[in-house]
Ligand binder design. Structure first.
Ligand SMILES: [Mg+2]
Ligand SMILES: [Zn+2]
Length: 184
């Protein structure tokens, strides 16, 4: 079984764009390619897990999410980095699109996306990590026995101000990766 690092997308892997809906607003952080490549080289599966309630709210279509992920893949590939799999939750309990209006198990902090990835990729969740800019990211990981790291990018500083005991917090994704690689 493989260890994984689950990465939140918006505010963690790429800049927070408040419902990303245009490719021109898709911006990788300067260290994103290096961070992902380091995880690749260290043998971790790198899995994006992202809440995309913009789909339920009618702001973006699933085809756009797929296009955005293809663009991220292309930009990572230039630097020899690779995402092993993407998962997203298209739902929201108050969504305007009936097909996606749902109290689901895959919207973080619920761990449905992580569980699905573990089943698909044969992942060892108890030896895995999750990195995100909201406590709901960390909670999704902890719900399945993974360790969480909060980053201060995106909504992270706001999240950090809602203090939690014994949480690991780093400035950004590359520092989170450096921390993960130091863990036994
Ligand atoms: Mg986020
Ligand atoms: Zn969902």
């Amino acid at each position: 079984m493989r260890r994984a690092v689950f990465l939140d997308r918006d505010g963690t892997l790429i800049e927070e764009a408040n419902y990303l809906s245009e490719i021109r607003s898709l911006t990788l952080f300067p260290y994103t390619v290096d961070a992902v490549r380091l995880l690749n080289q260290s043998g971790f599966a790198v899995v994006v897990v992202t809440n995309q309630a913009g789909i339920a709210r009618g702001i973006v279509k699933e085809a756009f999410v797929a296009e955005a992920h293809a663009v991220i893949d292309a930009r990572l590939a230039v630097g020899g980095a690779r995402i092993d799999a993407y998962y997203y939750c298209p739902h929201h309990p108050d969504g305007s699109i009936a097909a996606f209006r749902k109290d689901c198990d895959c919207r973080k902090p619920r761990p449905g996306q992580l569980r699905q990835a573990a089943a698909d990729l044969n992942l060892d969740l108890a030896r895995s990590f999750v990195v995100g800019d909201r406590w709901s990211d960390v909670d999704a990981g902890e719900a399945v026995g993974a360790r969480g790291v909060l980053v201060r990018t995106g909504h992270g500083r706001q999240s950090e101000s809602k203090n939690r005991a014994s949480a690991t917090v780093t400035d950004n994704l590359i520092q989170a990766v450096a921390w993960i690689l130091r863990q036994p």
